[in-house]
Design a protein around this ligand. Structure first.
Ligand code: PXL
Length: 280
């Protein structure tokens, strides 16, 4: 007699993201983090990047209608419990994602939460977002977002504040919240005044919550934003509140940076594998 299968359908989460041929960031990081968080990962590819640990040497974007079609195909069959966006590359793709999300009930006003990581550049400074796309983020995608999670480089591009201390981090959170996202997380990884801690700041328009974590001595932080946002989306898909889901994302990324490893001759990746059993 054949054995019965025992799988239980896990929460379903989609990444809308670009690929990283080096396997450390973008869609690859998202899917690894989803697996480590015990959810079923789906993917709408926005761009193929040619990159290793040193540089991004090519970006080939997917037609906006194909990005939207991937979201629609999955939402109408598999169903989605949360969505996270990463590299969206162009204004037309951001708009296509916004309209596809509206049709599928994805976003702050629908049943499916939307986490927006407004990816603008790689760790090495290679541009992953067209300059004209910033305004589309601010006016079209942010108002639909359950939570946006920019790092300080992205904050500078989005609101023109160079965050050097905690008080500027608070100011930036207030300005970003003005664009309409229900929650804002201003990540503090690039805040050099914090030498031993890394404080992410959550703001809901009324209350600020500081999320402190250790700062590690490592250059291997490639993919850290992707992993944190993917873990946050996974927690939302399980039905956690936004503050609890962001705290879960923070705990996930602290452990992933602790487990980060060297790869190639550039920046190695953080490791979502810290959360997976080593059965081999
Ligand atoms: O970590 C941000 C990011 C997102 N998506 C892609 C990337 C990167 C950083 O390099 O390459 C495809």
């Amino acid at each position: 007699m054949r054995e019965r299968t025992v799988g239980t359908t896990p929460p379903r989460v989609m990444a809308v993201a670009g690929t990283d041929s080096g396997g450390g960031a973008g869609a690859v990081a998202d899917l690894r983090a989803f697996a480590a968080c015990g959810v079923h990962g789906c993917l709408a590819v926005t761009a193929v990047t040619v990159q290793n640990t040193v540089a991004v040497t090519g970006v080939h974007t997917v037609p906006p209608e194909t990005v939207a079609a991937q979201i629609e195909a999955v939402a109408t069959d598999i169903g989605l419990d949360a969505v996270k966006t990463g590299m969206l590359a162009t204004p037309a793709i951001i708009e296509a994602v916004a309209w596809a999300c509206d049709r599928a009930g994805i976003g702050a006003d629908g049943p499916t939460p939307l986490v927006v990581d407004p990816v603008a550049a790689s760790m090495g400074g290679d541009q992953l977002l067209a300059d004209e796309a910033l305004d589309v983020y601010r006016t079209i995608l942010f108002p639909r977002a359950t939570v946006i999670m920019p790092n300080l480089d992205e904050v500078r591009l989005l609101v023109g504040i160079d965050v050097h201390d905690r008080s500027a981090q608070y100011d930036a959170a207030k300005m970003l919240h003005g664009f309409g996202a229900r929650y804002v997380v201003v990540k503090g990884g690039h805040l050099v005044e914090d030498t031993d801690v890394c404080v992410d700041l959550l703001y809901d328009g009324t209350t600020f919550t500081e999320l402190p974590g250790p700062r590690f001595e490592t250059g291997n932080t490639h993919g850290s934003g992707d992993n944190m946002a993917a873990a946050t989306a996974s927690a939302l898909a399980r039905g956690m509140s936004v503050p609890d889901a962001v705290a879960f994302g923070k705990r996930f990324i602290v452990n992933a940076v602790r487990a980060s490893y060297s790869l190639g001759s550039g920046h190695g990746p953080v490791s979502p594998l810290w959360a997976t059993p080593q059965w081999w």
